[in-house]
Design a protein around this ligand. Sequence first.
Ligand code: GLV
Ligand code: MG
Length: 346
Amino acid sequence: MKLPRQFFAPLAIGAPAPLRELPVRLERMIHFVPPHLDKLRAKVPELARQVDVVLGNLEDAIPVEAKQAARAGFIAMAKAVDYGATGLWTRINALNSPWALDDVTEIVGAVGDRLDVIMLPKVDGPWDIHYLDQLLAQLEARHKIKKPILIHAILETAQGVNNVEAIASASPRMHGMSLGPADLAASRAMKTTRVGGGHPEYKVIADAQGEAPRAAYQQDLWHYTIAKMVDACAAAGIKPFYGPFGDFSDAAACEAQFRNAFLMGCLGAWSLHPSQIAIAKTVFSPDPAEVAFAKKIVAAMPDGAGAVMIDGKMQDDATWKQAKVLLDLARLVAAKDPEMGARYAL
Ligand code: GLV
Ligand code: MG
C-alpha cells in the first residue's frame, strides 16, 4: 500500500505537484464536440462563450476511420481558441483500444498546458487511474507542463460500479466521475436500447381495487447508481456528474433526468446537442426561490448554530449547511452569469 505521505508526491521527476484542492469551477454542462467535423469545430469559439466546459470527443460516436482526424481536430481547436474561464476537456479512447496511447501522448505533447481534464471511459478499477496517472506525470515532466492535468472517470461498467469508491480515491488527479448509462446498460445486460432516462416498463403499480384501472408509476432506472456514485465522490472530495441523455426530441424527460441528478448531488451533465445546453443551465443553476430561502436561513443563524423557525419549518446547524451549499453554488453561477446573479440578488 502506498504510504499517505506519498499520495501527494509527483509521480515523475519534473512533473507538477498534484493539487491538494480541486479548482472551484462552474461545470453545469460538459458540451461534446466531434472534433473531426470542420463545420462543428468552426463553432467552438462561439460555443466556448456559452458553455462551462468544451469537450473534444475522441471515443464512441467517432467513426474508426476518423479517430486520427478527431485527435488532430482536437489539437487544432485547443490551439485556436482562448477558452478563458471555460474548461477544456477531451474524452480519449478506452485504455484497451489501439488509439488511447497516441491520444494521450500526442495531445499532452501538443496542448498539455491548455488541457484541464482528460475524461477516461470504461474505467473498471483504480488500476486504470493509476496507469493514466503515471503516464500523465511522465508526459507532464517531458513537456514541462506547469499545472497537473486532471482525470475524470466514466462510470459505465458493472465492474467500475463495484469499484467506485476505490476509483474515486485512486489519485489526487481525480476530478470527478460521470454516469455512462448507455455502456453501463450493455455491461449489465439491462434490456434497454436507450441512452439514459427512464423506461416505461420499469415501474410500480398500485394494488388492484376491483375492476378499477390501476395507477402505474415509472421509476428511475439510474437512482441506485447515481446515489452510489454521489456518495463515493463526496466522500473522496471529487465531483459527480450525470452523463448523456440520448433522446434529443424529449426535452422534458432530459430535464427530469438532469434534475434528479442535481437534487441528489451532481454538479452537471453532458450536453450532446445544442438544445441540452439551456436545459443543463436551468437545472444545474439553483432555483432563485431556493436561494432566497437559503439566504433567510443564513441570515437567521449567522453563526450556523442553534435552532430557529422560518415559515413554519425548523432550521438548525444541518439546514444551515444545506443553505451554504446552495449559496456557494449560486455565487459561482452569479460570477459567470450576471442575469442569474441579478435573480439571486446576493
Ligand atoms: C457514455 O459514454 C455512455 O456510455 O452512456
Ligand atoms: Mg460510454
